[in-house]
Structures are given as C-alpha cells and as structure tokens.
Ligand binder design. Structure first.
Ligand SMILES: [Zn+2]
Length: 486
C-alpha cells in the first residue's frame, strides 16, 4: 500500500479577484494531485480562503459593507476556480471564517501557550497593513515598506502576545537541513541563511478595540489573533484537527505532506508555520514547493501599467486546457517568468494548433480511413506494457517526480514531433495501397503513440486527454481541438 499524500496551496487573501500567480499555484498543485492519483495514491487536496486581518477590515469599511458579507463575495470567486480551472473533483475548500477552523486556531494557540511559547509584551513599531506585519527599521526603503512603497506605515504601540520563535532556531535549522523540505534546493539554503541570521519573536495578536476582525484569543476578550497565526492553522484544520484521529492521522501524521507557495512565503511557511507546529507537538511539513512570480512584459503586473493578465479571461477565450498547458509548459516551475498575451498566442498556435492538434487530426484521419474499431480496441488495455518501454515516458515520470512540469511537457512535445516526422517519412497512406496489412500496422503504431500522449497529458490537460482517448477507441477523427488564432 502506498502512503496517502496531502497537498495544499496557500490560502489567498480575499481582498482581490484571483490573479494569474495564484492560478499558477493551483494548476501546478492540481497537476501533481492528478498525476499521483493516476499512480494509485490516495491524495487529500486542500485550498481555500484567508479571510481575517486589518486589510480586509479596512477594505470592507471602505466599501461600506459588513466584513462577513465582503469576504463571502470574494470567497465565492475563489471557490468557482474549481470549475474555471477544471480542478480535481476531490478538492477541499476551507475558509478561515469556518466555525471549525476558528476552534482549531484557538486550540493551536492553547497548545503553544501551554508549551510556554506565547508571552505578553509591549510592542512598539511600524506596521505595514499591506503585509499584515511589523517592519523593522532596517528594512525600510525611504521610510516606506519595500513591498508597499505607496502605503503609509502605521505606528503601533500596544500590548500584544508574542510567539517565541527564537526558541526554535536550532530545531528549525535541523528541520531545514533535510534535503527536499524546501524545493528548489537553493531556496532551502536561503531559508537556512535566514534562520542562521537570527530569528525574532513575533506578535501574534492585536488589540480588539482597534481591529476586531479576527479570531478571539482564548481567555482574553481584549485581543484577537494575528491573521497569520490563524490562517496557517488551516492546513490542519481542513483535516478536522484538533481531532487527532481520522483525516489528520491518515494524511498529516502517517502520510506524505506537501505545501505549495510563492517564493515570498518562505519565512511564513517554512519558518513561522514550522515553528508553530513544533511548539504544538505536531509533525512538520515534509515538502514545501515554492514557485516564482509571473511578470508581464518584464514588469510586475499592475492596473496602472495595464499589463494585468486575467487567467479566467484567457481560459474563456482559448480554453481551460490551453491555459493549464501554458502555465505548466512556458512558466518556469520555480523561477520568475513572463506572461504576455502575445507569448501565449504564439505558444498556443505552435504547440497546440500546429503541434498536438495537427498530429491528432493527421493520425486519426489515417485511422478512420484505413483501420477498423476492431484493430484499435485493445490499445487502452495494452498501454501499460507499451508505455513502460518508451523513453518519453521515463523522462516524463522523472520530470514530474522532480516537479519539473516544463521538462515533462518538453519530452512529450518532442515525441509529438517524432510521430509527425514518422508519418511524413514512412508515408503509411502510400504503403496501404501496395501492402494493406503493413500499412495498417504502421497506422496502428501511430494510434498507439497518440493514445500514450493522451495518457501522459492527462494531469495537465484533462479534457483534451479524454477527447483523444475517445477518438482512438471509437476510431473517429475528432473535430478541430485547437483552432488557430490570428
Ligand atoms: Zn508592506
């Protein structure tokens, strides 16, 4: 029996519509979940929405809305990504305003407190609402937060609770010394350097009078939890924790745990969250995969520049599978990459219209004309034995096992090119005229290759994969899958 897997995305903060960076994270995660499921692994797949904190509180006030109503409306947009990005059916969706999550966050607090890792202190400092975090004087650029140069920092002096992260310096270094806990590898070294440079205890509560939109601190009516302390706990509250049995035991304690996050998340996911887990006596996350950022035309996307890519609009125009393909093939899995509509269209025409779409049409035209259903019906059942011998399949497996989505697709696409060339060079359409059986065998091999491609692209392009498989078993040329875009 294979161990069960657990995989979660980060929870997006619901103060804006889903952006292309989050679509990337979701699609990478969904590709892995589908890939593992095809290998017979039982996977728990989690996403959801982060709904507390100052930023939302202020945004709702500005919109003159009740905060709960405000977050409800955004949570719905994120929930609908399941259909809009064609995500796995078993995807769990947790909201940090769910009552059972609130209970879990409070239990996390109580465990850390009991272990002596939470302490009340007077804190004075500059707070950035954009980051929902205090900014050190040494981090300021021209007196502003480096991430939010147009926002004013708030000077805060209040009595808060602190999480004593500095106590975990040694344990975190031991944790980070394991290869594979942070992917890519060079980011693990970066995390080690960060911890070695010294960890600071951090504030995990706010005065309720000033900011009421948060989970109440247990046994203190005057304070609410800091949004990060609350939100990070979702990764286990989604497994019904603090119930120690059931899903939590199956997936988090006895399973293989994975998290996905953007590259700016290392200090939250690989350090703060792992410290909280250590304090609460819960196993740490085994693998955290960090993706890069997406720029457009070499610049950060922004409304004022007008270079914002709306992933949903792209999916509506070109198809969900085309968007999923581009994000996995042309966006680097861990480095920053550029996404422009021009680049997308170019890839769409070259790889999908002329590449895959054209091969499907060529092979299935030959099959429909010269083969019968009887001659192809055994292809799905013999796939296992034929696929294991193919080099393309070995490359594909080793790439996906290393989370190299782009490399997996490059191998498949070179195989597409190989089949295309084979048709041109061996000309089965001529051979059938002189030796029907020999020609049919050649076409049969091409159909088998096509079926293998359909099988491999399943985790990336689930709908296209199914359409090709159906075309093969019914021995029918399908309608044009990817019409060229001018
Ligand atoms: Zn900031």
């Amino acid at each position: 029996m294979k161990k069960p897997f657990y995989l979660t995305t980060t929870l997006p903060y619901v103060n804006a519509s889903p952006h292309v960076g989050f679509a990337l994270e979701m699609v990478q995660a969904d590709c892995l979940v589908r890939y593992w499921a095809l290998q017979g692994v039982d996977v728990f797949f989690n996403t959801g929405t982060d709904e507390h904190g100052q930023k939302l509180f202020e945004a709702a006030q500005k919109a003159d809305m009740e905060v709960q109503k405000y977050v409800d409306q955004y949570a719905e947009q994120f929930r609908s990504l399941k259909e809009k990005l064609n995500l796995s059916a078993n995807l769990h969706f947790i909201r940090t305003t769910d009552p059972h999550h609130v209970v879990a966050a409070q239990e996390m607090w109580k465990r850390c407190l009991k272990n002596g890792d939470i302490e009340k202190r007077v804190y004075k400092g500059l707070y950035c609402v954009g980051d929902e975090a205090f900014i050190k004087e040494s981090e300021l650029v021209d007196g502003k937060c480096p991430n939010h140069p147009t926002m004013d920092l708030i000077e805060l002096e209040e009595e808060n609770y602190f999480f004593l992260l500095s106590k975990y310096q040694k344990k975190l270094l031991e944790y980070l010394s394991q290869p594979g806990v942070v992917v890519p590898e060079w980011r693990r070294k970066e995390a080690i350097n960060f911890v070695e440079s010294g960890l600071e205890d951090f504030s995990i509560s706010r005065v309720k009078e000033k900011m009421s939109w948060g989970i109440p601190v247990p046994d203190d009516d005057m304070q609410v939890m800091y949004v990060w302390f609350d939100a990070l706990t979702n990764y286990i509250s989604t497994l019904d924790w603090p119930n120690e049995e059931g899903n939590f035991k199956k997936y988090w304690v006895d399973g293989v745990t994975y998290q996905m996050a953007g590259k700016d998340q290392v200090r939250f996911q690989s350090i703060m969250w792992q410290g909280m887990l250590m304090s609460a006596g819960i196993p740490t996350t085994q693998h955290i995969l960090y993706h890069g950022f997406i720029t457009s035309g070499g610049q950060k996307m922004s409304k004022s520049i007008g270079n914002v890519i709306d992933p949903i609009a792209v999916a509506e125009e070109y198809g969900i599978d085309a968007l999923r393909f581009f994000l996995l093939r042309h966006i680097h899995p861990t480095e920053d990459s550029d996404f422009t509509i021009e680049r997308f269209k170019e890839a769409y025409n070259a790889d999908l219209a002329n590449g895959l779409g054209n091969l499907v049409a060529r092979v299935m035209q030959l099959a429909q004309t010269h083969l019968t259903v009887d001659l192809v019906k055994e292809i799905p059942s013999t796939l296992q034995s034929s696929i294991l011998r193919a080099t393309v399949y070995t490359d594909y497996i080793s790439s996906l096992n290393n989370y190299e989505f782009d490399r997996a697709l490059i191998s498949i696409w070179s195989y597409i090119q190989e089949l295309d060339q084979k048709i041109t060079e061996t000309a089965p359409f001529k051979v059938v005229k002189t030796d029907l059986e020999a020609g049919q065998r050649m076409i049969h091999d091409l159909v088998q290759g096509l079926y293998m491609i359909a099988d491999m692209i399943g985790p990336v392009m689930p709908t296209t994969s199914e359409l090709i498989k159906q075309a093969v078993v019914s021995n029918t040329k399908p309608i044009n899958m990817f019409a060229r875009k001018e």
